[in-house]
Design a protein around this ligand. Structure first.
Ligand code: COA
Length: 335
């Protein structure tokens, strides 16, 4: 077995891209039977970003990726692997990551997508961690990018109010580990439960039934969700996996600099914080600005926290997400 204590996987650069167009709750009131007050109170969301016609998951991912490479001082040809976590890919195939590779001209990399929906970034981090800690690769660009606005049913007030578009990226780098407390990814923890696959899903089966008119009429190519059931399981799994990550690393909530949770609903985050006795001041919250950007939400949060000085060298951060699948996971990073 490879000794995983030889190398660390450090975050060398971060980046984010948010489309310019802002869609506020007030604007949604004009087309939906909803209100700014309901959305704000039940979700914490006030506005979200909507991709322009020419923008796609790959175009936003490339912008975020470019920033992460610049921040890390790594040129595109030095990238060994590009992983894109997305559930709103440009096309069914090839992967969005291959389009990103072309846009960045990172032609020495392998590139592929992973599908774990809102947990996609954590799942991607766990993959990158293995490649870097085993010494297989030196530079990995991990990106979460989504154009949720293209896969929501804009007439369904239960779902469309929740989602937004955007991308976030991390440049992860292999470095020789000098001591046990060195900076880097300390651990990742990922889980799935396929029994809950219809809690949140896009039921129109491309491979199952082929593309067909009736599915279009029934909006089966859009996100469907059982909101209440999802809420309950999201709270349970997120609290559990954060607890596991803390115990695995033998750290208390006091020792965590910032918790960056997937931004699905402010109330989910508040209940999780209460259960774990995690002070809200130590939790990154940007859902009011962006809504749920699925796989992009955690790297957007990391980039924001870095830029705002909420992450300092030597500090420890916890990341956590729950998503369709059901999938869930957490990661602990030391900076
Ligand atoms: N505007 C106004 N009213 C709305 C509404 C909207 N956008 N959406 C739903 N309602 C209504 C419902 O129709 C219902 O009315 P009724 O009792 O007359 O039928 C009422 O509000 C309560 O609906 P309910 O679904 O029980 O609300 P909720 O408090 O559970 O909030 C969600 C709904 C979707 C915000 C919440 O369940 C949620 O966030 N779930 C988790 C979503 C999630 O995390 N998804 C992604 C995971 S990665």
């Amino acid at each position: 077995m490879t000794d995983l204590n030889t190398f660390s996987a450090v975050v060398a650069g971060t980046g984010a891209y948010l489309p310019e167009k802002i869609l506020t709750n007030r604007e949604l009131e004009k087309t939906l039977d909803t209100s700014d007050a309901w959305i704000t109170e039940r979700t914490g969301i006030r506005e979200r970003r909507i991709a322009a016609n020419e923008e796609t998951s790959s175009s936003m991912a490339a912008e975020a990726g470019k920033q992460a490479l610049q921040a890390g001082g790594v040129s595109p040809e030095k990238v060994d692997l590009i992983i894109v976590a997305t559930s709103s890919p440009d096309v069914l195939f090839p992967s969005t990551a291959c389009f990103v590779q072309n846009k960045l001209q990172a032609f020495n990399s392998a590139a592929y997508d992973i599908s774990a929906v809102c947990s996609g970034f954590i799942f991607g981090l766990s993959i990158a961690e293995q490649y870097l800690k085993t010494g297989r690769y030196e530079n990995i660009l991990l990106i979460g990018s989504e154009v949720n606005s293209r896969i929501v049913d804009w007439s369904d007030r239960h779902t469309c109010i929740l989602f937004g578009d955007g991308a976030g990226a991390l440049l992860l780098k292999r470095v020789a580990q000098k001591k046990k407390s060195a900076a880097g990814i300390l651990s990742t923890h990922i889980y799935s439960d396929g029994r809950l696959s219809d809690l949140i899903w896009v039921p129109g089966g491309i491979g199952k039934t082929g593309i067909n008119k009736q599915d279009m009429v029934d909006k089966k190519y859009c996100i469907k969700m059982s909101g209440n059931a999802t809420f309950k399981v999201a709270v349970k799994r997120m609290a559990e996996v954060i607890q596991e990550a803390l115990e695995f690393n033998d750290i208390s909530t006091d020792e965590v600099g910032i918790l960056i949770p997937h931004q699905a609903n402010e109330r989910i985050i508040r209940v999780v914080a209460e259960r774990l006795k995690f002070p809200m001041e130590k939790i990154l919250m940007n859902i009011h600005k962006y809504g749920n950007t699925s796989a992009a939400s955690i790297p957007i949060g990391i980039d924001e926290a870095k830029r705002n000085g909420r992450i300092q060298s030597g500090e420890t951060s916890v990341l956590a997400a729950v998503g369709a699948g059901l999938t869930w996971g957490a990661a602990v990073i030391r900076w």
